[in-house]
Design a protein around this ligand. Structure first.
Ligand code: ZN
Length: 105
């Protein structure tokens, strides 16, 4: 019985878990999520970074080909440089609403 043995090719696949959660660079919990949403212009999208633990919230315009990992790298860099507070904003109701003085005429 000349059964030919199939040569098993062990492919070293880099296990890339499409992890939903990232480690938050601020509070170190695995509760950081990164989502994308349309930016309304071509070539870019908006990355929305959120941490369910410390309430970190960040929206950034990124190139359209960016993946979550790329965004995560940006975020952890910012955190490392201590600039995350100025570059991102924490979730606030009505944040960014310009104060419009109602002019009563
Ligand atoms: Zn956090």
């Amino acid at each position: 019985m000349g059964r030919r043995r199939k040569r098993r090719v062990k492919r070293q696949r880099t296990v890339r878990k499409p992890g939903r959660y990232f480690q938050c660079p601020v509070c170190n919990s695995m509760t950081l999520t990164i989502d994308f949403r349309k930016a309304g212009k071509p070539g870019v999208k908006i990355a929305v970074v959120r941490c369910g633990s410390c309430g970190l919230y960040c929206e950034r315009e990124v190139p359209e080909m960016y993946e979550r990992v790329d965004v995560y790298n940006i975020i952890s860099d910012l955190a490392y440089e201590g600039r995350i507070e100025e570059e991102c904003r924490h979730e606030e109701e009505g944040a960014g609403e310009p104060e419009v003085e109602e002019s009563e005429v």
